[in-house]
Ligand binder design. Structure first.
Ligand SMILES: Nc1ncnc2c1ncn2[C@@H]1O[C@H](COP(=O)(O)OP(=O)(O)O)[C@@H](O)[C@H]1O
Ligand SMILES: O=C(CO)[C@@H](O)[C@H](O)COP(=O)(O)O
Length: 468
């Protein structure tokens, strides 16, 4: 039995799975936490990877890294990190995003050029922010790479970092439709040329560790999750980690000038239209903290309420929001009365608010021609019984919950097995899934309407000159 390893360097932690390369069975696993911050010294990820994989890699023949998308890792001429990485959920480059949209002639121009419209999450806006705000650090920057590129390079004996098309498609300077960098856009953002990693094929072996473990190309965490789930036609993945994401594997590129649906590439040579919200699992931890309960009790409370949370609606923009693009917003609660001011309704409003933004995302992905037969619910908050109970009613589609697991790390391991095999397609790894309780979407139509009205009002308010 050949063993392969998959790594997930996500926002809150690093996870490592060691799998049988033929069946995908997990034989051992490890994890290590990351700090709660939106800029992180990449050596923290390296230490977390070493800690999470400590004692696990004996006998492993190939490894791949899946990583949180978009993070800006800047390297100097000696390959040293210039400054802490700015993560996907750092909103300081929102102004840079607006500048870049204007300079290129609007949203459509960006969607046509690279399949995405700049928001603060994307690497290209962080580079503009760096050039404007930290000229000394910018001057020292010779290369820019993504979290998974940097970790793969650190693991390797290679002289230069590499990347893959999935993660490259989230930079804002690589086009999935053409498979080429747009170095003119990178130059426009940063003010001069800066080195970028070579984009390797999905099944490539890109190097080896000092111990001789083959390294596959790796990819972004959402692309890895799609691979780990073996997502196919009709499957829409709803991932409830730090971010909330809704995505599907598509045969062709998508273009959305509104910027709602990002036209990413996947990790197999296909595409991955994706909607991402900045606020998912942590909405539940914040609500639990507010109520002074743990996550299990929060779920029990939410289940004690009813669809629509007795009229309470939460716009869950606790860390600002990306979709819709409201980086400076805060969470807002409406509909509070003396009758519904109860812990169970607040708990329910948190669960529903988190899912309602993703229901909008699912509709948007569907409008881009993605067939939706079922939603696959993954990520830390998919462990919540209340989330599972409410999901199908709010999303309006049958929901299946894959057996609890680390699907990003599993997808990375599957990529490693594919690269090791030299086969044309990734190995077939079965994924067991359970149907979540069916709830009637009609029970949530009033809640969806209220949420839509509240969201529209807040979007309008944000565009007024003296917004409150
Ligand atoms: N039973 C649960 N109910 C709700 N949320 C949970 C539960 N278990 C874990 N989580 C949340 O899941 C999140 C971590 O999920 P994960 O998908 O690993 O995130 P990320 O990939 O962004 O690091 C944490 O915010 C944690 O509180
Ligand atoms: O920015 C995106 C997708 O565009 C996020 O999905 C990041 O990739 C981080 O993912 P998690 O750590 O929340 O899984």
């Amino acid at each position: 039995m050949a063993l392969v390893a998959g790594v997930d360097c996500s926002t809150q932690s690093t996870k490592v799975l060691i799998c049988d390369s033929e069946t995908g069975a997990v034989v051992r696993q490890g994890r290590a936490p990351h700090p709660d911050a939106t800029e992180v010294d990449p050596t923290i990820w390296w230490d977390a990877l070493r800690s999470a994989s400590d004692g696990l890699l004996d006998g492993v023949e190939a490894l791949a890294v899946g990583g949180q998308q978009h993070g800006m890792v800047t390297l100097d001429a000696d390959g040293e990190v210039v400054r802490p990485a700015l993560l996907w959920n750092d909103t300081r480059s929102a102004g840079a995003a607006a500048e870049l949209i204007d300079e290129l002639g609007g949203r459509q121009a960006w969607a046509d050029a690279v399949g995405v419209v700049p928001v603060a999450s994307f690497t290209i806006t962080k580079l503009r922010w760096l050039a404007t705000n930290e000229p000394a650090a910018a001057a020292r920057t010779e290369r820019v790479v993504l979290p998974h590129d940097w970790l793969t390079w650190k693991l390797s004996t290679n002289a230069d970092p590499t990347t893959d098309r999935g993660d490259a498609s989230g930079t804002g300077y690589w086009s999935g439709a053409t498979g080429e960098y747009r170095l003119d856009l990178l130059r426009r953002a940063f003010g001069r040329d800066v080195g970028v990693p070579e984009v390797k094929k999905p099944d490539a072996i890109v190097g080896h560790t000092a111990d001789g473990i083959a390294l596959a190309a790796g990819t972004g965490d959402n692309m890895a999750a799609a691979l780990g789930l073996g997502a196919g036609p009709g499957d829409v993945v709803v991932s409830l980690g730090t971010s909330g994401t809704v995505f599907a594997v598509a045969e062709g590129p998508t273009t959305d000038p509104s910027g709602f649906v990002a036209g990413f590439a996947d990790a197999t040579g296909r595409f991955l239209p994706l909607v991402c919200t900045l606020n998912a699992a942590r909405v539940l931890t914040a609500a639990a903290d507010l109520l002074g309960v743990d996550l299990d009790r929060l779920s029990e409370l939410a289940l004690a309420s009813t669809p629509g949370a007795a009229g309470l609606t939460l716009l869950p923009y606790l860390d600002g929001e990306r979709t819709p693009d409201l980086p400076d917003e805060t969470g807002r609660l409406t509909g509070l009365t003396r009758a519904n001011a109860r812990p169970e309704h607040l708990a329910r409003a948190a669960v529903e608010g988190m899912l309602l933004g993703l229901a909008d995302g699912l509709d948007a992905v569907r409008q881009h021609g993605v067939p939706v037969r079922r939603a696959l619910l993954i990520g830390g908050a998919a462990l919540s019984p209340a989330v599972r109970a409410v999901a199908s009613g709010i999303l309006g589609v049958p929901v299946e919950v894959p057996a609890p697991g680390e699907y990003v790390a599993l997808g990375a391991a599957r990529q490693a097995a594919w690269a090791l095999s030299g086969a044309a397609e990734p190995p077939q790894w079965p994924v067991a899934a359970q149907r979540a309780p069916e709830t009637n979407p009609a029970d949530y139509s009033a809640a969806r309407d209220r949420y839509a009205q509240f969201r529209t009002a807040v979007v309008e308010l944000s565009t007024q000159p003296n917004k409150s």
